[in-house]
Design a protein around this ligand. Structure first.
Ligand code: C2E
Ligand code: CA
Ligand code: CA
Length: 697
């Protein structure tokens, strides 16, 4: 916008300068034209003109022409002077004076009386009123002047000339031809205008020059006005086009923006010539946030530019012609191709993933850009851009969910999944309204004593419509459809109610309640206040509460989420990083997170016995690092005793899993805690000797 406005201003200034310069040029006569009528190429002859009883002769001296006329006796029409033939010798081929404004005459005149007048005449030929054989028939355009001074310069505007009546009368010229005509002027004359007394009349013509301007003031103004008007129209339409382009362009990459690509696709789909072969590739850069966090936003921006350039150069290398590429937002891009055959759709996506295997070098950094790609093809049912986009987006979401750096094509199963998710979201909404949730509690044990020290609060839904759909499925859907805040708050309040109700029991049997909260809460500015007011309302000792947030929710960490974590901590509540190991937290980053506990993800525990030992090595490292940061460790998903022994040996502080107990209702938990048999069963799992069967792993 600014660039364009500057451009406009520059054009206006330039135009203003040009206008001023032209005006000045005109004003100081630099645009003047002139033509001599007393010598030069236009003059074919200079002769004496006279009528009456006159003795006369013509002399030429140093460019001056002098007519000496002696009037002997006065008659009615005496005249004498100089005639200058113009143009060719033939009288029908004169010169055109219409481009001139005035004639400037330098002359001397003496006569035997004061105030003697002269006449300046232009005689022109036009077949409508003139006759080639009769010189007098040339139209008589004249003006009388009174030179007054002996030696003078007179300037006569050409529009002051008039056609003499005697001439019009003589040749019976109608009104339409009785006006001054200076086209095709065959002679210019300077003669006496009346000779009332006898004596010597002398006319000397020093010079006769026609003067004019390349353009008249009025014409100039008209021209200026036209130029300004034209410029204004051009600028406005340029501005309009530029605005149109700008509003359709992403300023960072120069690609289309969402609006631009929507227009492109809509135009394509509406075109009667378009077949349905339009493929949309929806790219979402994997973990782009991490690039921004690690290298800063400028590098992030540069990476987006380089990413788009790499895709574009691939398209031109492969000679794909009919495509449109857009940056939809942040790290999301969309590529539309018209020329990809159905059997090439996947190959194209594979090739994109391949060209992104090469890292992008930015300064000293080599950054690997991986993308999740969703593919959708326009077909008879895809009527518009939004449909196509939604399909590609859903497929992309699938690719992300399936582990990133891969592509997925929108197909029946994706579409069914979308339908399922939408329906489930509706059911969750109803369950929230009808309060159809309850809580289960899963024991967490001290690994040295196998006493139950905490419980993880797990949500259950008793709505019939959600039968068979566990929280592992409905929680992510609730997050996707932004229903999670209600759920989180419900779980916290229900847990607090339970704790308050069981205050006496819990005083004897102190338990820490581990409550799961969604990543969305880290961006909920009200969360810590809500938490505090619930703590106060139910008189809860905050040291009995631990909140679990998944490690992956911290991938998107920013100042706000870290602040929220600090606020929660300052209430006296503990924090645990759930599903630890599945995210990308560099161990060194742990210092930045105000957490108390790491919960090692079940997937690591499941594969502790894998022959390549990698999972076991990772778990060992996690526990060692957690210890060095003084963080408590919990291993979740323990299903067999070997897993427990192995982890206990490594120094993992707490255990949770089906081996010890499944999630259960509150009353069952109380019964379990009171049951000596259950306690015996638990204690029987304790390692027999200090040296466990580490060797097994
Ligand atoms: P999570 O936070 O990782 O919870 C642990 C899940 O693993 C629970 O499943 C638990 O039953 C299961 N689990 C624990 N030990 C074992 C084991 O030894 N074997 C097996 N097979 N499973 C084990 P659940 O209750 O289905 O919860 C699934 C997920 O749903 C939770 O994963 C959590 O992410 C989410 N969730 C559950 N309740 C809530 C809640 O109240 N609020 C929020 N925001 N999320 C919740
Ligand atoms: Ca959890
Ligand atoms: Ca977990």
């Amino acid at each position: 916008m600014t660039v364009l406005s500057n451009f406009n201003v520059r054009v206006c200034i330039l135009l203003l300068c040009l206008s001023l310069a032209s005006m000045i040029t005109l004003h100081f006569g630099l645009g003047e034209i002139s033509q001599s009528l007393s010598d030069g190429k236009n003059v074919n002859a200079i002769s004496l003109r006279k009528g009456g009883s006159i003795q006369s002769h013509l002399t030429h001296f140093e460019g001056d022409t002098t007519a000496d006329c002696k009037l002997i006796s006065v008659r009615k029409y005496d005249y004498c002077g100089i005639s200058v033939g113009l143009g060719a010798e033939s009288i029908d081929q004169g010169i055109d004076l219409r481009d001139y404004d005035k004639i400037e005459l330098k002359l001397q005149y003496s006569a035997p009386l004061d105030k003697a007048k002269l006449k300046v005449i232009f005689r022109n030929y036009n077949h409508l009123y003139s006759n080639i054989d009769d010189v007098v028939s040339l139209k008589y355009n004249s003006i009388g002047i009174n030179p007054n001074l002996y030696n003078t310069t007179v300037s006569i505007p050409l529009n002051a000339f008039q056609v003499d009546n005697w001439w019009a009368y003589l040749y019976q010229v109608g009104f339409e031809n009785s006006h001054v005509d200076l086209s095709n002027v065959s002679s210019f004359e300077l003669i006496t205008d009346g000779m009332p007394v006898p004596g010597n009349y002398q006319i000397t013509l020093k010079s006769a020059v026609l003067k004019g301007q390349i353009i008249s003031d009025i014409e100039f103004l008209k021209l200026m006005l036209a130029v300004w008007l034209l410029t204004a129209i051009v600028l406005i339409s340029l501005q309009h086009n530029k605005m149109k382009t700008l509003s359709a362009t992403d300023p960072l990459t120069g690609l289309y923006n969402r609006r631009g690509i929507r227009f492109w696709v809509s135009k394509f789909l509406a075109s009667p010539l378009s077949n349905s072969r339009l493929t949309m590739y929806y790219f979402d850069i994997d973990d782009f946030k991490k690039v921004n966090d690690s290298y800063g936003h400028l590098t992030g921006d540069e990476l987006l530019i380089r990413f788009s350039q790499r895709i574009k150069s691939y398209l031109s290398d492969e000679q794909h012609n009919n495509w449109a590429f857009a940056r939809l937002s942040g790290d999301e891009f969309s590529l539309l191709c018209q020329d990809i055959e159905s059997d090439q759709v996947e190959l194209f996506a594979q090739q994109i993933l391949t060209i992104l295997k090469e890292p992008i070098t930015l300064g000293n950094h080599q950054i690997y850009v991986h993308v999740s790609i969703g593919i959708a093809q326009a077909d008879k049912e895809t009527y518009n851009f939004e449909d196509l986009m939604q399909r590609a987006d859903s497929a992309m979401y699938y690719a992300k969910k399936s582990g990133k750096n891969q592509y997925k094509i929108f197909n029946e199963s994706v579409s069914q999944d979308i339908f399922f998710r939408k329906q489930t979201a509706e059911k969750i909404k109803n369950a929230i309204i009808q309060d159809q949730f309850h809580l289960h509690y899963m024991p967490i044990l001290n690994s040295k004593t196998l006493d139950i020290v905490s419980v993880e609060v797990l949500l259950r839904c008793n709505a019939e419509s959600l039968e068979g759909i566990g929280p592992d499925i409905f929680i992510p859907i609730a997050e996707e459809y932004e229903l999670i805040k209600n759920i989180d708050l419900w779980v916290i309040e229900a847990s607090f109610k339970q704790i308050a109700q069981e205050a006496t029991y819990l005083a004897k049997q102190p338990l820490v309640f581990c409550i799961n909260i969604s990543a969305a809460e880290l961006h909920n500015p009200l969360f810590s206040q809500q938490l505090q007011s619930l703590l106060e309302r139910y008189q809860i000792d905050p040291s009995r509460i631990e909140l679990e947030i998944t490690e992956t929710s911290l991938i998107e960490t920013d100042e706000m989420s870290i602040n929220t974590l600090h606020e929660i901590r300052s209430l006296g509540i503990k924090l645990a990083l759930d599903d630890f190991g599945t995210g990308y937290t560099a161990f060194s980053q742990l210092v930045n997170y105000p957490v108390d506990c790491l919960k090692i993800d079940k997937s690591f525990i499941d594969h502790l016995d894998s022959p390549d030992q990698t999972q076991a090595t990772v778990v060992k490292a996690i526990i060692a690092i957690a210890q060095s940061y003084q963080l408590t460790t919990i291993a979740e998903g323990i299903e067999d005793v070997e897993q427990y022994h192995f982890l206990a040996e490594l120094g993992c502080d707490m255990m949770q899993g089906y081996l010890f107990a499944k999630p259960m209702p509150w009353l069952e938990l109380k019964r379990n805690l009171a049951d000596p048999e259950q306690e015996l069963r638990r204690k029987s799992l304790l390692p027999k000797t200090a040296t466990s069967r580490l060797v097994n792993y």
